[in-house]
Design a protein around this ligand. Structure first.
Ligand code: UDP
Length: 239
């Protein structure tokens, strides 16, 4: 029998950097394939999966602007970078025999679907993984904002933010040896203690719409599945 998942529908946020693995730029095929298999495992539990992928492994608007480019153009490049990551992830999911659709907030006729809320819901209901790319479609936002936005739109039970660390700590563990991993914390406490979870516009959007954020370590194999099964992993941020 299939174990019961703690979530019915999730919005998983993967950073672009997570796809880089040990490389300095681009996509590590091994890491990509492992993530596709981890996603497959949770799809097989019956969980509906929306996915937002970042683009930081390729381009970030902020970095390009520092080098002299117009910020808006840099952000356009950053958003297109997330579409490239989305194409790679859709391909990896298909190779792993997982049904997946790629949508872009910037229409790219002939490359992928354009974002459409109603279509996304019906794909999710039919068990397909839906990859939401091009962020929010607007400059000056991040893919964390896109993750919270799409998570709220699809009425996900939580935004699962995959990171390189085990969760949110009471203080910066590099500077403070007494820092402890928090299991559960309120939005308010995160703001008061200035703990770094997401940028503020993404975070307050999640808070205002009361969607929990779960931060966990995607570098730990099997962690995503344990999170989805309700095991004791990572940090949950809620009211
Ligand atoms: N971006 C944007 N609007 C959005 C989402 C992303 O302009 O709604 C651009 C922005 O330049 C950002 C880049 O796309 O730096 C890549 O996204 P992000 O930095 O969030 O990727 P991650 O850090 O998750 O890899």
């Amino acid at each position: 029998t299939i174990p019961k998942a703690a979530y019915r529908r999730i919005l998983l946020k993967l950073s672009g950097e997570a796809l880089m693995g040990e490389e300095n730029f681009g996509i590590d095929a091994k890491v990509l394939d492992r993530m596709a298999l981890e996603i497959k495992e949770i799809v097989e539990l019956g969980v509906e999966v929306g996915l937002v992928i970042g683009g930081g492994n390729l381009f970030r608007g902020e970095g390009l602007a520092k080098a002299g480019m117009h910020r808006v153009v840099g952000d356009h490049m950053g958003m297109l970078a997330t579409v490239m990551n989305g194409l790679a992830m859709r391909d990896a999911l298909h190779r792993a025999f997982v049904n997946a659709r790629l949508m872009s907030a910037i229409p790219l006729n002939g490359v992928c679907d354009s974002y459409n809320w109603a279509d996304a819901i019906s794909y999710l209901k039919s068990g397909r993984v839906v990859i939401f790319s091009a962020g929010t479609g607007n400059p000056f936002f991040t893919t964390d904002s896109a993750a919270c936005l799409r998570g709220i739109e699809i009425e996900a039970d939580a935004v699962l933010k995959a990171t390189k660390v085990d969760g949110v700590y009471s203080a910066d563990p590099v500077k403070n040896p007494d820092a402890v991993l928090l299991k559960r914390i309120s939005y308010q406490e995160v703001l008061e203690k200035e703990l770094k979870v997401m940028d503020l516009s993404a975070f307050t959007l999640a808070r205002d719409h009361n969607i929990p954020i779960r931060v966990f370590n995607m570098n730990k194999p099997g962690c995503l599945k344990r999170v989805v099964l309700g095991d004791d992993e990572g940090t949950t941020i809620c009211h």
